[in-house]
Ligand binder design. Structure first.
Ligand SMILES: Nc1ncnc2c1ncn2[C@@H]1O[C@H](COP(=O)(O)OP(=O)(O)OP(=O)(O)O)[C@@H](O)[C@H]1O
Ligand SMILES: Nc1ncnc2c1ncn2[C@@H]1O[C@H](COP(=O)(O)OP(=O)(O)OP(=O)(O)O)[C@@H](O)[C@H]1O
Ligand SMILES: [Mg+2]
Ligand SMILES: [Mg+2]
Lengths: 229, 229
């Protein structure tokens, strides 16, 4: 489904260059559930944003279903992102002026059938219930706890029925019970056929994915036997 | 040192009232290391902000070293915050236009001896080393990973030699190794005499504090035997 070959990503700051990713090879098949682990600063968010077509690599090639992404025009990438990809950001990126309900329904503006939040009301309410935010549907982001904001971000990534969900630390601000709830939500979507790529610092959750990919200093490494990273 | 009696906090949204805290009694002695745990939305951040004099309760009384905080003028509270308290925010709140070094040194503008970052350069660099950010000192927040931003927030809370540190999920965005590093940093400050109040979703770290305070629906509860929450 997604193939990365020798992917590099450099950030240039004046004279200094940060090699965030240095030659990453990775294949993700349709229907996989992958966790990406590694120390803080090892390049997980950078890798996820490239996989989710939110950022372009500095070098290397990426193909999606056989098509080279580098050759695609921006408009085709945008269409991909909107219809096929759901993304949970590490910093949530909720819209301040909108309610929880409206934040979650935002991707529907771009949905396949063009239906807005009106026709999809039941589905949005059901997602809100699944992440445990029924009593916060009308709240704005600045009226939410850290974990509540995170759960809105998770619900928003699912509302458009994507084919693949990229989740950057979806439980980092959650207690054990809520982390379990969110993880099981991802598992149930996986059972329905979605591909899931989840960055996590939680070793237990990482171990419950189908496969663990370990990053260190911008490269994929094999974890030592018996240890995640 | 800090005494809370029947502390309540309500948020009013139009006709709706959210009872974030409902009658909290809590005593924190000088030199204690306390962890606050509880489900997402249970009121931990709200409680921490009241303890750290960043927010006023709706009802109840709070005393610090015998003095009733409600009677203090805003200027006295500001002085308290700047000289005695270090705070790690759940959402970091770093200043976008400033480097890591300058972000960490910000509280020094208000320090007891009035020394700025110039005289304190060695101390700031040492803190930067302790949180593992030596190669990121000149970066700006938008050039940092989630965990790197969190570590800047931790270092900033320590730079002013506070008497008490309030840390709201200081390891939520960190891998195991970095979480351990940050926790041991807090432990070493505790050994030197600082009081530490740490909100955490990490049961292992919570268990290594001197005492665990458990919140549920805005109230303090006793955890069932053998379980944190
Ligand atoms: N300005 C506000 N208006 C209305 N409700 C609010 C406001 N701020 C917070 N709340 C609500 O108060 C409750 C407690 O919030 P708080 O941030 O203290 O929770 P928390 O225990 O820190 O949660 P988390 O673990 O997710 O960070 C939450 O349910 C939240 O929705
Ligand atoms: N715009 C930028 N300019 C310079 N360096 C950057 C920029 N963005 C990220 N970096 C650096 O690239 C490295 C990788 O960042 P990334 O966000 O991918 O890490 P991460 O593995 O997600 O970390 P964490 O677990 O802390 O979230 C980090 O060391 C970071 O400082
Ligand atoms: Mg990251
Ligand atoms: Mg909180």
């Amino acid at each position: 489904m997604i193939q990365l070959k020798n992917i590099t990503k450099d950030y240039t700051r004046g004279a200094e260059k940060v090699h965030a990713l240095g030659g990453v090879d990775l294949s993700i098949d349709r229907g996989e559930f992958i966790s990406i682990v590694g120390p803080s600063g090892s390049g997980k968010t950078t890798l996820l944003h490239i996989l989710g077509c939110l950022d372009r690599p500095t070098g290397g090639t990426m193909t999606i279903d056989g098509q080279t992404v580098g050759d695609l025009p921006e408009s085709a990438l945008v269409r991909l992102r909107r219809k096929k990809i759901g993304f949970v950001f590490q910093q949530f990126h909720l819209i301040p002026g909108l309610s929880v309900f409206d934040n979650i329904s935002l991707p529907l503006l771009f949905s396949r059938n063009g239906n807005g939040k009106g026709e999809n009301r039941d589905r949005i309410m059901s997602l809100i219930g699944m992440v445990g935010l029924e009593r916060r549907a009308r709240h704005h982001p600045n009226q939410l706890s850290g974990g509540e904001m995170q759960r809105v971000a998770v619900a928003r990534a699912m509302v458009n029925d994507p084919e693949i969900i990229f989740a950057d630390e979806p439980t980092g601000n959650l207690d054990t019970a809520n982390s379990e709830k969110i993880f099981r939500l991802l598992e149930s979507l996986h059972t329905k056929g979605l591909s899931i790529v989840m960055v996590t610092h939680n070793p237990d959750l990482a171990g419950r994915a189908g496969r663990i990919v370990t990053l260190r200093d911008g490269r994929i490494v094999s974890p030592p036997a018996g240890r995640q990273y």
